[in-house]
Design a protein around this ligand. Structure first.
Ligand code: GSH
Length: 216
């Protein structure tokens, strides 16, 4: 009898997945750069800060995506740990091993993740929090974090040229999320030098690829 082939040939790792999560996208972009994204089975999930996903909580008490189950059954989170695990396991150089390049890449990842943290809080404020409980000044403070982070990157945009590391991949994921959720905010008009860098970087296959989990 013929068997239906598995949707992810040679899949050994499993990733709790959300199509819109920028942190998941960062991990999958790293996996793609390493040539192993097809080895990761994507598990449909519904991470949510209020209606929590029991399936994720069962393995990651924070209930967040991304959460990775490795081929030996270890559970890894958050996105920074997963990205470093993938790079180490599959012989990458996306995390420079030492010297100034290492700290430059890690700080850029922290800055890009900080943009995401602030943007996601705004997203939850607008999409999850009941209207009567919203606090516009708090939302504005979060968006100001995004703005000051991008202004800092604008001043340093020339240092991004030619780099493909965990910092620039995290930044690509962050800018992609601004496109997805905050298009009207117009980040490109605010930071033209960063936008010029992104116009090239976002053409990378790891930035262009769209992943989807099999339907449940
Ligand atoms: N620092 C974490 C952030 C992950 C995160 O906040 N993921 C969101 C989805 S984009 C989530 O799972 N939210 C559910 C929750 O806050 O409980 C990482 O880098 O992985």
């Amino acid at each position: 009898m013929l068997r239906t082939p598995p949707p992810f040939p040679d899949a050994a790792m499993k990733l709790f997945f959300s199509v819109t999560s920028p942190y998941v996208r960062k991990c999958l972009a790293v996996a793609h750069e390493l040539g192993v994204d097809q080895r990761i089975e994507l598990l449909p999930s519904n991470a949510h800060p209020v209606q929590r996903d029991a399936g994720i909580v069962a393995v990651n008490p924070l209930g967040k995506v991304p959460t990775l189950i490795t081929d030996d059954g270890s559970v890894l989170y958050d996105s920074r740990v997963i990205c470093e695990y993938l790079d180490t396991t599959f012989g990458g150089r996306l995390f420079p091993r030492e010297g100034a390049a290492r700290w430059q890449a890690l700080v850029l990842q922290s800055l890009a993740d900080g943009v995401l943290d602030a943007a996601l809080l705004v997203r939850y404020e607008e999409a999850v929090r009941p209207a009567e409980l919203r606090w516009p000044a708090w939302r504005d403070g979060q968006m100001d974090k995004v703005a000051t982070a991008l202004q800092s990157l604008e001043r340093e945009a020339r240092t991004l040229a030619g780099r493909v590391d965990i910092g620039t991949l995290a930044l690509g994921a962050a800018l992609g999320y601004l496109d997805l959720r905050f298009d009207a905010w117009g980040w490109r008009q605010r930071v033209p030098a960063l936008a010029a860098w992104a116009a090239g970087f976002m053409q990378r296959p790891s930035m262009q690829k769209q992943w989807a989990a099999p339907s449940a």
